[in-house]
Design a protein around this ligand. Structure first.
Ligand code: GDP
Ligand code: ZN
Length: 344
């Protein structure tokens, strides 16, 4: 028997020592947690209004905002989340201890292509378009599909209405007709000439909203027009100063002066269609989804087959040709593997 081998008694002693060590460590940990708990107020509900990676800004029911840290299992909390948190008894950070169930969640892929939440509990998105940059109904449709899949109410917002001259009027009136016919609300506004803002305020009341759309359509201008600058500072920048200088804000939640909440972030503005298949794409095309099972061939691709209900509906003016065209163009950009699965 080698000298290095332990006999039963030695092993028993070492195990005992290890157990005692573990017990002492556990007791210490327990004591530390008890100490922290002792310094914290009872749990209360709150709203996550800004996320800075390591810390979050939580708005209490009384409207005051508190810098909080959070447990590692709450890593994926996002702006708009309802949380349970505890305020400190003496000056310092609070702690977020739990996350409420979400009504809706917007996701986008991270650097590695994995879908990550970017905002929670958004009720409606304003799909913003304008005479300039040149509008694309395909892009509008993409946002509509994404909104429908996320269970968020979409509202179309035609900004820069001041730039619509009589020549352009015909095009935009037709676009508005096309979407209104499908049941979507379409508003007109001008951030720079401050028209249509009152109607916008009314639509924002009592809801949590976000503006999405192509760069340059006037989303920042609209947010600024709806939210006086003083408001922006008190709600956004100054109250996040406790989070440190070198933190980047991913998203912010603002309270609008006439009621309603606005969540704004670059990530939300660009939110789009990720990892969906053609079947899911149909969620944004109710007029096509309604024709399910009406084509002559069960595996109809709706592109060239005789007796195609989709093509017939376009010919009869029941479905807008532009919408069908958009559907095909978007479908062509979807992963071919997923498309195959749908037609099997
Ligand atoms: P964002 O990229 O969607 O946030 O767009 P911005 O708010 O930065 O606006 C892009 C440009 O459009 C800026 O030069 C704005 O001044 C201009 N703009 C925004 N809203 C309006 C509008 O209602 N009418 C006109 N004529 N220009 C606007
Ligand atoms: Zn068909």
């Amino acid at each position: 028997m080698s000298k290095r081998q332990l006999n039963r008694r030695q092993r028993w002693r070492i195990e005992k020592i290890q157990q005692e060590r573990l017990a002492r460590a556990a007791k210490k940990q327990h004591q530390a947690e008890a100490d922290i708990a002792h310094d914290l107020e009872p749990p209360q509900t709150g709203l996550l209004v800004a996320h800075h990676g390591q810390k979050v800004l939580i708005e209490a029911e009384d409207g005051n905002r508190h810098v909080c840290h959070f447990r590692a299992n709450l890593l994926h909390m996002v702006v708009g989340d309802e949380v349970i948190w505890q305020a400190p008894k003496s000056p310092g950070d609070g702690v977020v201890v739990a996350l409420a169930e979400r009504k809706t969640v917007l996701k986008r892929p991270d650097y590695y292509g994995r879908l990550k939440p970017v905002a929670a509990n958004i009720d409606q998105i304003f799909i913003t378009f304008a005479p300039a940059p040149i509008p694309s109904t395909q892009l509008i449709d993409r946002y509509l599909v994404a909104a429908e899949l996320a269970g968020i109410t979409p509202v179309l917002l035609l900004n820069k209405a001041d730039l619509i001259d009589p020549e352009l009027e015909e095009y935009f009136a037709e676009t508005e007709r096309m979407y209104r016919h499908l049941g979507y609300d379409v508003l007109r506004a001008s951030a720079t000439s401050a028209t249509g803002l009152e109607a916008l305020h009314q639509r924002l009341k009592g809801k949590t909203s976000a503006f999405v759309g192509q760069s340059g359509v006037g989303k920042s201008s609209l947010v600024n027009a709806l939210l006086p600058e003083a408001n922006l500072n008190t709600q956004g920048l100054s109250s996040t100063s406790g989070l440190g200088q070198h933190t980047t804000t991913t998203a912010l939640l603002f309270h609008l002066p006439k009621g309603g909440r606005l969540i704004d972030s670059p990530g939300i503005r660009e939110f789009g269609l990720w990892h969906i298949d053609e079947h899911e794409l149909l969620a944004g095309y109710p007029e096509l989804a309604n024709l399910a099972g009406e084509c002559r061939f069960r595996n109809c691709t709706h592109r060239h087959e005789p007796g195609c209900a989709w093509q017939n509906a376009v010919a009869e003016g029941k479905v807008h040709a532009e919408r069908l065209d958009n559907f095909f163009r978007i479908a062509d950009t979807l992963d071919s593997h997923q498309r195959q699965r749908y037609h099997d």
